[in-house]
Design a binder for this molecule. Sequence first.
Ligand code: PHE
Length: 357
Amino acid sequence: MDDLEQLRSDLLTRIESADLDALEGLRVETLGRRGRVTALMKELGALAPEQRRDAGRALNALKTAVTDAIDARRAALETGALDARLSGETIDVSLPPRPEPDGRVHPISQAIEEIVAIFCQMGFTVAEGPDIEDDFHNFTALNIPPEHPARQDHDTFYFEEGEDGERLLLRTHTSPVQIRTMLVQEPPIRIVVPGRTYRADHDATHSPMFHQVEGLVIDEETHMGHLKGCLIEFCRAFFGVDDLPVRFRPSFFPFTEPSAEVDIGCSRSADGLTIGAGDGWLEILGSGMVHPKVLENCNIDPSRYQGFAFGMGVERVAMLKYGIPDLRTFFDSDLRWLRHYGFPALDMPNVAAGFAR
Ligand code: PHE
């Protein structure tokens, strides 16, 4: 027992003055598998039972004392090291941050996000569909049967004929998603559909791939007044002009009746285009009440349900809102252009809305 007392005070003295490395050495030397205390523990078995109890207790107390002392010393050393570092180092908070390469949001993505955010606030949800479509969804179900003259307007990209004789195509508008949605969802329906669309057309104002946002509302009550109210509200919110003049001009689409094209007021001068002032008009949307035949093609009863649909070209409204003069630059992938016309990611309306909530 005297030996234990001696051992204990030896160890505690050494622990008191050990640095972090020495501390670990001490731990191994006493408590490790071949350590001194461990070895003494092993010897207990050879003692007579009454001696074994007292010796066991003393050894356990020693082990606890050494373990505690090592932990306490380690904690003290670590805090000391941190304190020393903190007092030795200075942080210059006035230094400018190193520039991080930050990406830009493409104006088309930005416009889609803004458009979708406005309609979502009105209670629409987002639906999507495939870029590669079949004749039924892109044309026939939309009341554009084979040989219908409206097909010629679409300058469709066709794939080669498949084994079943069917020619798939790149969708010429986002309207096929109206059909896909009505075929699987019971009214009430209230969707917006952002997506890519394709037409074999390439000049200063047309790109063979472009973007549309489609809208569809079907229920038992919605009428032309709702169409007008909804689209006027959208135009004013999107362009940020409270009293923006909005005009509905009679038009024709095979899948809506009546149909209307939507123009917004603008002025053209030598300085360029100003939205919301003057006596000029700019067309930005196609719209109309969903044709009863389209509802029938989707197994929806037109004597009970009705509603409206609209479609807009994203490039066009993006050019108008952000002042981008040339359509072709959208798809040149010129990084200098993107740095100039692109948006910081935190301006994305969905992200901003997420923070505000
Ligand atoms: N799909 C039409 C187009 O591409 C736009 C539209 C959509 C018109 C819905 C009316 C209703 O030109």
